[in-house]
Design a protein around this ligand. Structure first.
Ligand code: HEM
Ligand SMILES: *[C@@H]1O[C@H](CO)[C@@H](O)[C@H](O)[C@H]1NC(C)=O
Ligand SMILES: *[C@@H]1O[C@H](CO)[C@@H](O)[C@H](O)[C@H]1NC(C)=O
Ligand SMILES: *[C@@H]1O[C@H](CO)[C@@H](O)[C@H](O)[C@H]1NC(C)=O
Length: 344
């Protein structure tokens, strides 16, 4: 009787705190954080899927990731981007890791892979995890967990939940990557449509674009904005002109394919809300970044995410959403033995 009372009290506390925790101002937002609080992943994924089949998997993945990121702080951005490219093309199924088998190029050979790096860390993790529990942990889950853990390293704690139980796909085609990945030259409408086709809404589009607070870009991804925006040798008028002149110095024509620059120059190694502050100052690097200001609803979200707390919260929710895109679970797909090739 007593324990029932305390259980009910506990339940109502959960409900109350979930409601109080909401500081967003629209209903949609409330629903999103509520389902997060109850710990329901989407797409049939669950919390700590390997707790019985491979109890050490998650800590092993975190330890290997952290020892790598300790030596190379750029890994956070690299592994996060691999996870994004994986999820947007045929779902989060580790198709991005497959090598080509015949004449046809695989996903990672697509032009939009431009500079994807960090694959060797996934290989190292997979090798160790296979030693611990052969044939149990999917490459897709490793990608999702390693992305979270590298980005979380500077904070010393997990910055978002990763629900697990993904299985690996058997198809990887360059042609799919070309269609399903957004381009840095996309306008708002195209971005919104592409994200919607993955089950992601404007909140997700804006929050996830905040990933550009870490990492680097090559000049080719934005140089058109600087030198020949409308074909008249002009600069994109939506870009801060002083910032534009600085970029021209770093990325003169002819473009040097090896030059990279930090997208958030002040703190390109840590996840923070700076991306949104830069955006509102017209210092977003890509057309696709600046595009988030061209729609009234998304511009409003950009302003909301300018401070750390709302940003971290929104980013965590949207990473869970992204990590659930078209996942294979149950008896679909397979647990690849080697992340580079499908099982025989
Ligand atoms: C909204 C549409 C998006 C577009 C058009 C886009 C485009 C790009 C481009 C062009 C680059 C630079 C590539 C280069 O020149 O080397 C880049 C870098 C990056 N993107 Fe995105 N991206 C988008 C969304 C995302 C999302 C959703 C994430 C993750 C959640 C993400 C994470 C990253 C990271 C971390 C980097 C830096 C990679 C590194 O330093 O190695 N991006 N993105
Ligand atoms: C990405 O594509 C380029 C060009 O097709 C290729 O040279 C490079 O090896 C690819 N990257 C990876 C990681 O496969
Ligand atoms: C956005 O881009 C698409 C594809 O390039 C184009 O068809 C559309 O007209 C553009 N929309 C706006 C509002 O510029
Ligand atoms: C600028 O773009 C126009 C139209 O696409 C093209 O004719 C011209 O050659 C370009 N100029 C430079 C310097 O690339």
């Amino acid at each position: 009787m007593r324990s029932q009372f305390f259980f009910l009290l506990f339940l109502s506390l959960i409900v109350v705190s979930a409601i109080v925790d909401v500081d967003g101002d629209d209903d949609d937002d409330e629903e999103r954080s509520f389902s997060l609080f109850l710990g329901k992943g989407r797409g049939g994924l669950e919390r700590n899927f390997y707790r019985i089949s491979c109890p050490k998997a998650e800590s092993l993945i975190r330890d290997i990731t952290w020892s790598n990121v300790r030596n190379d702080a750029n890994l956070g951005a690299r592994l996060l981007r691999i996870h994004f490219h994986d999820c947007f093309v045929k779902g989060c199924d580790a198709s991005i890791l497959l090598d080509r088998t015949g004449d046809e190029k695989s996903e990672k050979e697509a032009r939009s892979n431009l500079s994807l790096k960090g694959f060797e860390v996934i290989d190292e993790i997979k090798t160790e995890v296979e030693k611990e529990c052969p044939g149990v942990v999917s490459c897709a889950d490793i990608v999702a967990l390693a992305a979270r853990d590298t980005v979380s390293y500077p904070f010393g704690r997990s910055m978002w939940d990763v629900f697990t139980g993904r299985r690996d796909g058997r198809i990887s085609l360059e042609s799919l990557a070309t269609v399903h990945l957004p381009s840095s030259f996309d306008n708002f409408t195209s971005l919104q449509q592409l994200f919607a086709s993955k089950g992601l809404d404007i909140n997700d589009l804006v929050a996830l674009s905040g990933a550009h607070t870490i990492g680097v870009s090559h000049c080719a991804s934005f140089s058109k904005r600087l030198f020949n925006f409308s074909g008249k040798g002009d600069m994109d008028p939506s870009m801060d002109p002083i910032y534009g002149e600085q970029l021209k110095k770093i990325c003169p024509i002819p473009t040097n394919g090896a030059t990279t620059l930090e997208m958030d120059p002040q703190s390109s190694l840590t996840l923070d809300s700076d991306y949104f502050n830069l955006l509102t100052k017209n210092k977003g690097l890509f057309i696709s970044d600046a595009a988030l200001l061209t729609d009234r609803r998304s511009a409003r979200i950009v302003r909301q995410l300018q401070s750390p707390r709302p940003f971290f919260r929104a980013f965590a929710i949207s990473m869970i959403n992204m990590g659930a895109i078209e996942v294979l679970t149950g008896t679909n797909g397979e647990i690849r033995k080697n992340c580079h090739v499908v099982n025989p």
